[in-house]
Design a protein around this ligand. Structure first.
Ligand code: GLN
Length: 245
């Protein structure tokens, strides 16, 4: 049985990112793998031995609650330390970083990725597309990554983190204001650090990026992307054709 942890859907479930867990489950089931989603709500302990974890987007106040709970509970941190694959989307990315800005000031993050989030000059809303940079476990990705970004946060990566992609459309992690002390950070999207992959792509990201979904599944199953049986799904191909340019 493959288990997918859906982390805090009650506070980080505003943007339909729980669809990422559904995509993982469906792609696994289509390959004949018995798979279940385990939703873990605010206040509940995060089991550390699930096969893969999805952390979604949310509003600023919800992020503060999520960060406090995940730090105090420690289950997701132990899962990351054990090399379990984790996907973080938008607010999920910010919460998994070292700190982020909220209305109450700078808030401590869970610290799974070397990334801090300040503020953009203006909210980034619209299609975002990038080419995978091939960092770490994402080395096998070669298809353009596409999604829809909607954030005010500007994320700056530290030396332990690498970007997921180079932006070809949209804003990505930061604009020039957010990166005023590190201009080289403009034009990149997402974060890869160990087995943690984070992105600003909503969509949900895995519906629009089946290769990324299969990479996470492969990690969850302890195999490689190349070894997964390919799936030919016409509606996914159609969606990518509409959204990739
Ligand atoms: N509240 C965060 C921001 O605006 C994240 C929003 C989101 O998850 N879409 O940056």
């Amino acid at each position: 049985m493959l288990t997918i942890g859906l982390i805090l859907p009650d506070v980080l479930g505003t943007y339909g990112d729980d669809g990422n867990a559904l995509v993982l489950r469906q792609r696994a089931r289509m390959r004949g793998i018995d798979t279940e989603i385990k939703p873990i709500k605010l206040g509940e302990a995060v089991p550390e031995s699930l096969d893969v974890y999805c952390v979604g987007g949310g509003e600023d106040t919800a992020q503060v609650l999520a960060s406090e709970h995940l730090r105090k509970d420690g289950g997701l941190i132990r899962a990351a330390n054990a090399g379990r694959p984790i996907l973080g989307i938008c607010a999920g990315l910010q919460v998994l970083g070292t700190s982020f800005r909220a209305s109450e000031g700078i808030v401590e993050g869970v610290g799974l990725i070397d990334a801090t989030t300040v503020s953009l000059e203006k909210r980034a809303i619209g299609e975002v597309q990038s080419s995978p940079t091939g960092a770490g476990i994402t080395a096998a990705l070669d298809q353009p990554l596409t999604g829809f970004e909607n954030h005010m946060g500007a994320t700056i990566l530290g030396p332990d983190a690498s970007p997921l992609g180079r932006v070809t459309r949209g804003v990505g992690n930061t604009d020039a204001l957010g990166a005023s002390e590190s201009p080289e950070q403009v034009g990149v999207e997402g974060v890869v650090q160990g087995n943690v992959i984070c992105t600003y792509m909503h969509g949900p990201a895995l519906a629009r990026n089946p290769q990324l979904a299969d990479l996470l599944l492969a990690q969850a199953m302890g195999t490689t992307l190349a070894e997964l049986e390919p799936l030919d799904i016409e509606v996914v191909a159609q969606l990518r054709k509409e959204r990739t340019r």
